[in-house]
Design a protein around this ligand. Structure first.
Ligand code: BTN
Length: 250
């Protein structure tokens, strides 16, 4: 995949801009990067704080030949790619909170928002948006215990452009591997090694109610396998179900 990177000083949301350009016919591999977002989107309709000049906000437009139900796996591929770069190139012990939050010393440092657009029964595009708290020096009171930045944990500023390049390179490699097989066993083991709740009791928040279970790890479809208290194993699907630690976020 050839990337075509467009950089904005300010935009409402890089995901929204990628969607607009996709509708206008933009090609696979378009990357929208912004210094600041005025309407940054988080998952579940939440807002993503996007102050200027400190962090990374970017979205990749993909046009994969993929069954729609497989598109959420791209979120896992991206979470894995970012985590791999932070481990291997920045020596930061990030962990993954399934499916797609990256956590550093129990606080969130990166979020991913994947949005799919359909044309009939076919995938028209998948937009993978990534927000990484890179050089932010502080957070509003309400986020103080929940969010951190690479700078706050590492103590040195990180060159954002270089980090973006590393993440794009790594994602490209993992994306190619994924598209070949269209499942996730090639990264399953390393993803699970970074999984924050692995072998721990979690609260599964399912539409039919919440229950306690032990998180075992992802399977080749990217579902989280959990062992319920009655010993049965359930595979839970992101989007329908979320998982929390028993005592808060992780
Ligand atoms: C989450 O954890 O809730 C997902 C956060 C995703 C934020 C990124 S920032 C770049 C891209 N553009 C957006 O509006 N959101 C994503």
């Amino acid at each position: 995949m050839e990337y075509n990177v467009i950089h904005y000083e300010e935009i409402d949301s890089t995901n929204t801009e990628a969607r607009r350009l996709s509708k206008g016919g933009a090609e696979h591999g378009l990357v929208i990067v912004a210094e600041k977002q005025t309407a940054g989107k988080g998952r579940r309709g939440r807002n993503w704080e996007s102050p200027a000049g400190r962090n990374l906000y970017f979205s990749i437009l993909l046009r994969p030949e993929l069954k729609p139900k497989k598109a959420p796996m791209l979120t896992i591929v991206m979470a894995y790619s970012v985590a791999k770069v932070l481990h291997e190139q920045e020596s930061l012990p990030v962990q993954i909170k399934w499916p797609n939050d990256l956590v550093l010393f129990k606080k969130k440092v990166c979020g991913i928002l994947t949005e799919m657009n359909m044309n009939g029964c076919q995938v028209e595009d998948v937009i993978v948006g990534v927000g990484i708290n890179v050089n932010t020096e502080g957070f509003p009171q309400e986020l103080h215990d929940k969010a951190t930045s690479l700078y706050l944990e590492k103590g040195v500023q990180i060159e954002r452009k270089e980090l973006l390049q590393k993440v794009l390179n790594e994602f490209q490699k993992q994306y190619v591997l994924f598209l070949e097989v269209q499942e996730l066993s090639f990264l399953q083991e390393s993803y699970n090694r970074m999984l924050i709740n692995r072998n721990q009791e979690v609260l599964v928040l399912a539409p039919e109610g919440e229950y306690r279970a032990d998180a075992l790890g992802i399977n080749e479809l990217g579902e989280l396998s959990v062992r319920k208290t009655d010993g049965s194993v359930e595979n839970i699907f992101a989007g329908e179900v979320s998982v929390r630690g028993l005592y808060g976020y992780v």
